[in-house]
Design a protein around this ligand. Structure first.
Ligand code: AMP
Length: 424
C-alpha cells in the first residue's frame, strides 16, 4: 500500500472531503496516513499517538465514512473517552467533520441529569460519544439501544486504565454486539493497555507515530528548581510579565494550588484567566475551555485531573506549577504545546520534594530536561517551617519507597500529631 499524500487518496465521500477542507486541513498527518486506510478497509487498529498528532480525525473520518448518513434511531458507532471534557470535544470534532451530512452525533457524560440525553437518544442518533459510566447508566435505564453498534473506539485508553475504568469497559463489551470493528487509541502503551487491547481487539494493526512516552519534538522543555511555594508564585509572576506568553496553560497538583494561582493572576491583572478543576460545574469547565480555545483568555489554570485530552491549539506555553505525580501526565501536558504544526515551550517548577518525581519523569521520557537559573528579578523567599517539614516528610516517604528499610526522621511519628500542610 503506497502511503497517501493527500486527503484525496483516502477516497472519502464528498461530504467528508469538503468538511476536511473547511477545517483547513491541507494534508493528512502521519497518524492519519497510517491509520485511515486500514480502518477504512475494516481492520482493527491500535493507534499510539498523543493529542496534537491529529489522531482524533484518524478514527473519526473512517467511522463517519462507514455510518455515512442518518439511519433508523439506534446508534451504530460508539466512541468511549475517559472524561466529560474529552467526550464533548470529540463530539464537537465529529460534528464539524459531519457538517455536510445528516448524521446525528451525541455526547453522553455524567455530572448532569440524564433527561436531556435520554430525550436526544429517543429522537435517534448515529454516533454516540460517551464516558463509560454514563453509557452503562443509560443502557441499564433502557434508554440506550446497543444492538446496532458496529464500530467501537476506545480513546485515551491509558487514561481509562489509570482512572480504573477496566471493569466498566468489560461490562460495556458484554452488552454490545460481538461482531463489530474495534480501534483503540492511547498516548502511551503501558502493560495495562496492552492487556486491554489483547482482550478486545482481533489481529490489530499497531500504528505508532512517536516512540512511547517521547514528548512532542517541537516542544522546548525547561526546569526551574524552586525552593518553595511562595518562590514558585514569584517566578510565575516574573514569567507572565513577558508578553511572549500569549496563551498559557498552568497545571497544578491540587485544587487548592489551582485556586491560589488563579486568584494571584487575577489580582495581578496578568489574565484574562480562568480555572478548571473537579469542584467546578461541568458548564463552567466547558465554558472556560471554550473561551481559552477562542483566544478570550490568556491563561487557563487546571489540575491534572481536568487537564488531559483537552484539545487546545496553539498554546504558547505550558507551565507545570507542580510536577505531575502521574508521570505520563507530563507527556500529555507538554503535548498541549506544539500542537499539530506549531511550536511551544514547556516549563516545570520543581521543589526539593518534587525532584524525586522529576527524576522518574526523565527516566520515562529518556531525556534530561535542561535546568534554567531562577532569573535575578525573582525574589527567593525563605521556606516557612511547616512547608519545610511537609517536604522533609515527603522526601522521607520517597526514600522509603525506594528502600523499605530506610528510617527517616518522621518514621516513628506516624499517626501522631498532624503536620500542617499535610500531604494529599
Ligand atoms: P488531535 O491530535 O486529534 O487532538 O488533533 C490536534 C489538532 O490538530 C486539532 O485541532 C485538529 O483539528 C488538528 N488537525 C487534525 N488533523 C489535521 C490535519 N491533517 N491538518 C491540520 N490540522 C489537523
Amino acid at each position: 500500500m503506497s502511503a497517501a499524500k493527500s486527503f484525496d487518496d483516502f477516497k472519502l465521500n464528498p461530504q467528508l472531503r469538503r468538511a476536511v477542507e473547511d477545517l483547513g486541513y491541507t494534508e493528512p498527518t502521519e497518524i492519519q496516513v497510517r491509520a485511515i486506510p486500514p480502518l477504512l478497509s475494516g481492520q482493527e487498529v491500535i493507534g499510539i499517538a498523543q493529542t496534537g498528532t491529529g489522531k482524533t480525525a484518524a478514527f473519526l473520518l473512517p467511522i463517519l465514512m462507514k455510518v455515512r448518513y442518518a439511519q433508523g434511531t439506534e446508534p451504530r458507532a460508539l466512541i468511549l473517552a475517559p472524561t466529560k471534557e474529552l467526550v464533548v470535544q470529540l463530539a464537537d470534532h465529529a460534528t464539524a467533520l459531519a457538517r455536510h451530512t445528516d448524521l446525528r452525533i451525541t455526547a453522553l457524560y455524567g455530572g448532569v441529569g440524564p433527561k436531556t440525553q435520554i430525550a436526544t437518544l429517543d429522537e435517534g442518533v448515529d454516533v454516540v460519544v460517551s464516558t463509560p459510566g454514563r453509557f452503562m447508566e443509560l443502557y441499564l435505564k433502557g434508554a440506550l439501544k446497543t444492538k446496532k453498534i458496529a464500530f467501537l473506539v476506545i480513546d485515551e485508553a491509558d487514561r481509562m486504565m489509570d482512572m480504573g475504568f477496566m471493569p466498566q469497559l468489560r461490562k460495556i463489551l458484554e452488552v454490545i454486539p460481538v461482531k463489530r470493528q474495534n480501534a483503540l487509541f492511547s498516548a502511551t502503551f503501558p502493560p495495562k493497555v496492552e492487556q486491554l487491547s489483547a482482550e478486545f481487539l482481533e489481529f490489530p494493526l499497531k500504528v505508532e507515530v512517536t516512540p512511547q512516552a517521547t514528548p512532542a519534538r517541537q516542544v522546548q522543555q525547561t526546569v526551574y528548581k524552586v525552593p518553595n511555594l511562595k518562590t514558585k508564585i514569584n517566578l510565575l509572576e516574573h514569567l507572565l510579565a513577558d508578553s511572549a506568553f500569549t496563551r498559557v496553560m498552568i497545571f497544578t497538583r491540587t485544587r487548592q494550588n489551582a485556586d491560589n494561582v488563579f486568584k494571584f493572576i487575577e489580582r495581578k491583572k496578568l489574565g484574562p484567566v480562568r480555572v478548571i478543576h473537579a469542584n467546578k460545574s461541568q458548564n463552567a469547565r466547558i465554558n472556560a475551555v471554550n473561551q481559552f480555545r477562542d483566544g478570550a483568555l490568556r491563561v487557563l489554570v487546571s489540575t491534572d485531573v481536568t487537564a488531559r485530552g483537552i484539545d487546545i491549539a496553539k498554546v504558547s506555553h505550558v507551565i507545570n506549577f507542580d510536577v505531575p505525580i502521574l508521570y505520563e501526565d507530563y507527556v500529555h501536558r507538554i503535548g498541549r504545546t506544539g500542537r499539530a504544526f506549531s511550536e511551544g515551550e514547556a516549563i516545570t517548577f520543581v521543589s526539593p520534594a518534587e525532584e524525586y518525581h522529576l527524576d522518574k519523569i526523565q527516566k520515562l521520557i529518556r531525556e534530561t530536561i535542561p535546568v534554567s537559573e531562577i532569573p535575578p528579578g525573582v525574589e527567593i523567599t525563605e521556606t516557612p517551617f511547616a512547608e519545610r517539614q511537609a517536604m522533609a516528610r515527603e522526601i522521607d516517604d520517597q526514600r522509603r519507597q525506594e528502600d523499605p528499610t530506610f528510617r527517616g526522621a518522621f518514621h516513628e511519628r506516624k499517626g501522631k500529631g498532624k503536620v500542617k500542610g499535610k500531604r494529599r
